[in-house]
Design a protein around this ligand. Structure first.
Ligand code: B12
Length: 212
């Protein structure tokens, strides 16, 4: 039992071990946030690095992601404090054409932990679905995640769809994901960007004028 064992289990795509080791670590008193930041995220980062140099392939990435999700199932209820007062509503989704959801789920979780009500539209979310949900739910923030260079275009088309529907001014737009930068966020007229889930939650509060 150790953070390293969780890291190895995710890296090797061993979901049962990832779950068992995470539970053991929690039972030993390690905070959920420590497990997330020192084992789970570094393991997925390493999976990405190995993929980039051709030492891991798509199926291995997928089973690593499943192992990460097995650990996250245990961590989520602890990261999201029970009964926090709701400070606003966030509609979040991974944009059209993009199926990556690990980062988006982490952002949703941290925002929920910060007190936001979360409406998670899932992955491959069409611009029209973002628009319809904004009209129906009147959220404070629309948060879009994109992990592929190609799907950053979907962020642009979603912002355009919000503009065309006349609802762009009613919400703050936040964008993020590996290929997204502050510079990109500025260029597409987003209100906020953050490089990771913790700062995304702080940024969301700041956008609503709340202390981070
Ligand atoms: C796991 C993974 C997969 C899994 C996804 C499983 C899942 N359920 O998500 C699977 C195997 C399905 C997959 C598929 C593909 N993938 Co992939 N995948 C990855 C990998 C290894 C890790 C992504 C991840 O989860 N990272 C961990 C999380 C925690 O980090 P994150 O997503 O960046 O999120 C953080 C921040 O970005 C930020 N954030 C994220 N969203 C948001 C939103 C807001 C509003 C804010 C403020 C912040 C924020 O906060 C998050 C938490 O801290 C990356 C490599 C990498 N280094 O990123 C490649 C990667 C993203 N994939 C890539 C590719 C090419 C693909 C495929 C096209 C492969 C293929 N040939 O089929 C397909 C595309 C499928 C599709 N249509 O989407 C490329 C993209 C290249 C590019 N620049 O376009 C990458 C970079 C790998 C590489 N180096 O080539 N992939």
């Amino acid at each position: 039992m150790s953070l390293e064992a969780i890291y190895d289990a995710i890296l090797n795509g061993n979901a049962p071990a990832a779950k068992a080791e995470t539970q053991a670590e929690l039972d030993a008193g390690t905070p959920a946030e420590t497990i997330l930041n020192q084992a789970c995220i570094p393991a997925m980062t390493e999976v990405g690095r190995l993929f980039e140099i051709g030492e891991k392939f798509v199926p291995e990435m997928l089973i690593a992601a499943r192992a990460m999700n097995a650990a996250m199932e245990l961590l989520k209820p602890l990261l999201v404090e029970a009964g926090v007062e709701q400070i606003g509503t966030v509609v979040i989704g991974t944009v059209a054409g993009d199926l990556h959801d690990i980062g988006k789920n982490l952002v949703a979780m941290m925002m929920e932990g910060a007190g936001f009500r979360i409406i998670d539209l899932g992955t491959d979310v069409a611009p029209s679905r973002f628009v319809d949900t904004v009209k129906a739910e009147k959220p404070d923030i629309v948060a879009m995640s994109a992990l592929l260079t190609t799907t950053t275009k979907s962020i642009i088309s979603t912002i355009e769809a919000l503009e065309e529907a006349g609802v762009r001014d009613q919400v703050k737009v936040m964008v993020g994901g590996a290929p997204v930068t502050q510079d990109f966020a500025d260029k597409v007229g987003a209100d906020g960007f953050a490089p990771d889930a913790g700062s995304a939650a702080r940024k969301a509060k700041a956008l609503l004028g709340l202390a981070a």
